[in-house]
Design a protein around this ligand. Structure first.
Ligand code: P6F
Length: 281
């Protein structure tokens, strides 16, 4: 028989993933991690209630926030919207060389009190502070797992030696290494960078050995179709979906974009067809 905790982890993961094993998750930790200026393109979205209402209305599978913003926006969620609460971050106000550390900003108990379905934490693999983040992740994961909560790792390779050895943190060998490290430390879901091609992203998915790998959206693309094409490639590569912030909240009208993304993620629709169907082309 399964331990109770395993049942809880499985059940809570289903709040994000549909039967096809894929998910589209809205990310909104930018006010802390990048600063509120990220909302300037559509300033009303700085209010988490306003953007969350739109995102949920468009049919998003799950959302990711930090604890304080969750408190403000949680009433906008539907009962079946997956809620991921992230417990680590850093500001861009820190001295540059200390930005290679994500600090713990909340506790598993707080996330549970807020109604989380999953707990998330970042590890910058390759950072001089990797050791601190590994321990932090292990402690959060161990406690979350004990209580039946899945743990999501934002597995981001980042550090001076990576640049020296591979030239870029998006080199697939580095991203693949980070994803594998996330699996080996016990992550139940992984969010990571695009590697530049379907073929290389497929290797990242392989290295994760069945643990779902989701794209970390990245900066807003010039046209919606460009981003839909990127997510389409992630799905073709065996990725389990995407966690998207700026390509949603920096658009004047995020709802058609979300519906088009859902078509690509869950129906494998051609990106241009999906864009046309939602009036984006
Ligand atoms: O992980 C984050 C930041 O990563 P970064 O340091 O910008 O590479 C988060 O703030 C976001 O949740 C993540 O980037 C997803 O949002 P978008 O990239 O799609 O805006």
């Amino acid at each position: 028989m399964d331990a109770y905790q395993s049942v809880g982890i499985r059940r809570r993961l289903k709040r994000f993933f549909r039967r096809d094993g894929r998910a589209l998750i809205f990310a909104m930790d930018h006010g802390f991690e990048h600063g509120p200026a990220d909302f300037e393109p559509v300033w009303e979205h700085v209010d988490p209630r306003i953007i969350m209402r739109k995102v949920v209305r468009a049919g998003i599978d799950g959302v990711m926030m930090l604890p304080g913003v969750t408190r403000l926006a949680v009433d906008e969620l539907k009962p079946d919207t997956g809620l991921m609460i992230k417990l680590t971050s850093k500001t861009e106000l820190r001295p540059k060389d200390e930005q290679l550390l994500q600090s713990q900003l909340g506790f598993v108990e707080d996330a549970i009190k807020l109604g989380a379905d999953a707990i998330a934490a970042t590890v910058y693999w390759g950072s001089p502070q990797e050791d601190v983040m590994m321990r932090q992740f292990a402690e959060i994961a161990s406690y979350a797992h004990d209580l039946g909560f899945p743990i999501v790792q934002f597995a981001y390779p980042r550090g001076p030696y990576i640049n020296e050895k591979y030239g870029s943190k998006e080199d697939y060998r580095v991203v693949m290494y980070g994803a594998r490290a996330a699996v080996e430390i016990g992550a139940d879901m992984i969010k990571t960078y695009w590697t530049g091609s379907k073929e290389t992203f497929a290797k990242v998915v392989d290295a994760a050995a069945g643990v779902p790998v989701l794209l970390s959206g990245g900066a807003k693309t010039d046209s919606p179709v460009d981003f839909l094409k990127l997510v389409w490639e992630v799905i073709e590569a065996g990725g389990a979906g995407a966690v998207v912030g700026r390509n949603i909240f920096q658009r004047e009208n995020p709802e058609p974009m979300i519906r088009a993304l859902l078509r690509v993620v869950h129906r494998n629709e051609d990106p241009e067809e999906a864009a046309k169907a939602e009036g984006l082309l």
